[in-house]
Ligand binder design. Structure first.
Ligand SMILES: [Zn+2]
Length: 444
């Protein structure tokens, strides 16, 4: 585990995302053993003991961003998916998924998580829908621990699994014995990624739901198809409610075709929704962000996949979302500050981490993003939250701290000396993957 010092972040403009603290124009944040212990107005020469001082004058500090649905395994596929015929995401994924080896899973996750860290995302929910064996799950978990980030690993089936086969439920039971909580550094928990009634028959999803609930594991599921064929005017979520498949322990992803009744079912059952606006607009339709928020649904945001392709440029994504929602609905529900909330504390709530991260609050863990407020695209200054969403860039990120460890400093990712460069390793894995797939006649 990489080194961790006590830290004093001195003199930053704090956007705490905690209503009781709000913004503090010149704030100090004191971090001990990875925990935020004090937040308050800047005091020059503050007594801090051995803490390392980060002079943060001229910066803004936010809680680390939280991503609630990301298929880290297919980060290696960025660059192979495109707009040519036969190069769409689903065709490429199907062709290459079976050629992944253990090291590919590890370095794909490390690549995605390194890009997350670079973009200020300090928590990632890894929705793994290509677990080809228990060791693949272990490789993903190890990659997550080595990355320094926080998150959840949700165990899914192998890509292109038969609808009749269940997830490896036996391995799911074994998972927690293999990874007891004291091996997880307090940064990772587990969930289960299910295909549900959209892709599997009742005997499969009923067994999977029952097992997940008996193990107390949260469930995540894509809702990107219609349950009934009716020109996709409905997601069939009312039917899922009748079947007892929704609830606070369930995260539904996308739901771009949700009807008014579907949205009411989500709100009524307190089911969580993760929206991935960048990939939804490429392949599915408009995210229904305004409608979901106005109905009181617990919403969070996600990247989905680097393969589509997309990047971990969260400020660019927020800017796109606010523009699309304004154009689409004319409603003022989705404001820059509401978006920052979705990307931080609401993401934490989705993952049950609202008491751990999501705001800069004493007692929470120190997941922090520090941005230079004096960069050309952020001056002259107005409301800092509006500036970040309307004109901010991830290039403005100077420092990223996760669980009190500095992962990015002065605009550069920092790796341990004995760690390999995830970028170089991922590129080598990708090249070898394509050679193996080509030899098998699955790639050209
Ligand atoms: Zn997805």
């Amino acid at each position: 585990m990489r080194q961790r010092n006590d830290l004093l972040i001195a003199g930053t403009y704090l956007i705490s995302m905690d209503p009781a603290i709000a913004d503090i124009p010149r704030a100090d944040i004191l971090v001990r053993a990875g925990q935020i212990v004090d937040v308050g107005p800047h005091v020059p020469g503050r007594e801090i003991g051995e803490a390392q001082v980060i002079d943060a004058a001229g910066t803004m500090t936010l809680p680390g961003f939280v991503d609630t649905h990301w298929h880290l395994w297919n980060s290696l596929l960025r660059g192979t998916v495109g707009d040519r015929p036969g190069a769409d995401y689903f065709t490429v994924k199907r062709a290459l998924a079976r050629h992944f080896k253990l090291g590919d899973f590890y370095w794909a996750a490390r690549l995605g998580l390194a890009e997350a860290a670079s973009g200020g995302i300090t928590t990632v929910h890894n929705f793994d829908h290509n677990v080809r064996g228990p060791q693949d799950a272990d490789a993903n978990i190890q990659a997550h621990l080595d990355s320094g980030l926080r998150g959840r690993f949700s165990y899914g089936p192998p890509d292109s699994a038969s609808p009749e086969s269940t997830n490896d439920l036996d391995d799911l039971v074994r998972l927690r014995a293999r990874w007891p909580s004291d091996h997880l550094d307090g940064r990772l928990d587990f969930g289960v990624a299910l295909r549900g009634p959209y892709r599997t028959p009742p005997e499969v999803y009923e067994r999977e739901w029952k097992t997940a609930r008996s193990l107390g594991l949260p469930i995540t599921m894509h809702c990107d198809r219609c349950l009934r064929e009716e020109d996709c005017r409905s997601c069939g979520l009312t039917r899922l409610e009748e079947l007892g498949l929704l609830g606070e322990d369930v995260q539904v992803i996308h739901a771009v075709h949700a009807s008014e009744q579907d949205i009411e079912a989500l709100a009524r059952t307190r089911t969580r929704v993760s929206l991935s606006p960048m990939t939804e607009m490429r392949t599915m339709g408009f995210p229904l962000l305004t409608e979901l928020l106005e109905a009181g649904v617990q919403v969070s945001l996600s990247l989905d996949t680097l393969a589509m392709p997309t990047s971990a440029d969260i400020l660019g994504h927020l800017r796109t979302i606010v523009s699309v929602e304004t154009a689409r609905t004319g409603s003022g529900t989705v404001t820059p500050r509401r978006l920052l909330q979705l990307a931080t504390i609401d993401g934490a709530k989705d993952l049950g981490l609202q008491d751990v991260v999501g705001s800069v609050t004493p007692g929470k863990r120190a997941d922090l993003v520090i941005l230079r407020a004096s960069d050309i695209n952020l001056v002259p200054a107005g409301d800092p939250a509006e500036a970040l969403v309307y004109t901010g860039q991830i290039d403005n990120i100077d420092t990223v701290i996760a669980d009190g460890r500095i992962l990015k400093r002065h605009g550069r990712l920092e790796f341990d000396e004995d760690d390999k460069d995830p970028v170089a390793m991922a590129v080598a894995c990708r090249d070898a993957l394509l050679r193996r797939a080509a030899a098998a006649g699955d790639w050209h």
